[in-house]
Design a binder for this molecule. Sequence first.
Ligand code: ZN
Length: 423
Amino acid sequence: MAHFRWRQSENKDVPISGLAPRAIEIPAPGGPLTGSDGVPTLQSLMTAMATLRTASDRCRRLRLGWCVLSLIGLLLPAQARNRTRNVILVTTDGLRQEEVFHGAEEILISKQYGQVGKTNELKAEFWRPDPRQSREVLFPFLWGTVAREGQLLGNRKQGSEVRVTNGRNFSYPGYNEFLTGIADPKIDSNDKFLNANTNVFEWLNTRPGYRGKVAAVVNWDVLPWILNGPRARFPIWSGFDVPPGTRRMAVPPALDEMVEHSKTLWSGVLLDTFVRYGAFHAIGTIKPRALYVSYGETDDWAHEGHYERYLRSAHAFDRFLGDLWKRVQSLPQYRDKTSLVITADHGRGPAPVAWKNHGREITDSAYLWMAVIGPDTRALGERHDIAMVRQSQVAATVAALLGEDFHGANPRSAPPVAEVLGR
Ligand SMILES: [Zn+2]
């Protein structure tokens, strides 16, 4: 997570496709079709039926019934259609799609390319000749539970691409892109400056039913600036100083003390274990309806070229996801009403050398992955042959799972990923 600056001139923007289809707006014939609570009334539906009947001779009675059913679907408030009442976005910094979809890379389990000492032991633990088995031993939650009950996007070999579109392929631009829905060309450093763009958690915190029910537990001291803590107003904990005016989430004093005495490893980045503790603390105390959790050891160990530590961090991240899912399914407020969205801020270069780094000149570091599990996402497992998904679509997807229209309220942001919405 060191401060990498990439300042090449041209911005290799990728072609944009895979946008979620915009909802079709059907004009309400003869006035509003909904009652005061936004739900269609019987009388309004009868009126609609009569109007449609006379308005179109192509619409025969049988088709009309179908039309009206569709109308009901369109007119029902999104909240009523979605079963998701809570959403948790979890990211880990710079975890490659290569490991997510193909498991540990054999060539990197070596002294030469991955600084691995006991290569046989590490191979026995995390590597299998079949990449499908390799990925299962490394990510048992993603390939056990999410592959069975949710969706995984980004396997390029299967015709699924998830891409960073800010052209920078490093942290601040990436976090900004998925949190605010805007691939902002003005953001070109990891310095601590307050982000001008509105993030989806900040916006949710202004929506009815969410104020005081939004929180973020993050591993990197720059994230409270990326989230614009003073303006966002929801509580944030990073283990470090936050920008003046930010609401700092309260954690048990023992956690702050442990963090204080663990700063010998990296400056500005927490060990993931503290993030894990903070996230569960937030769920137990604030009981957020929208929570952002940021992990990050994967990036730091990779930059140090330490493939064993990178794999163990990736495996621990998966374990956290599994424990988090178990926890939310054990609590009445969250059980069967919570969606998890899981992704990363950027990819990395290919083996055997460039895997340590990422940035504008490493084109492969624009490739990402994304996973979603929850009551509003069809159990399609590993997706193949689908339209490209942009990193900027994550923000509106987080909101859309809750039935909230972030893209509509912030037209500069990208639309949600239609593929993961709707049963
Ligand atoms: Zn990063």
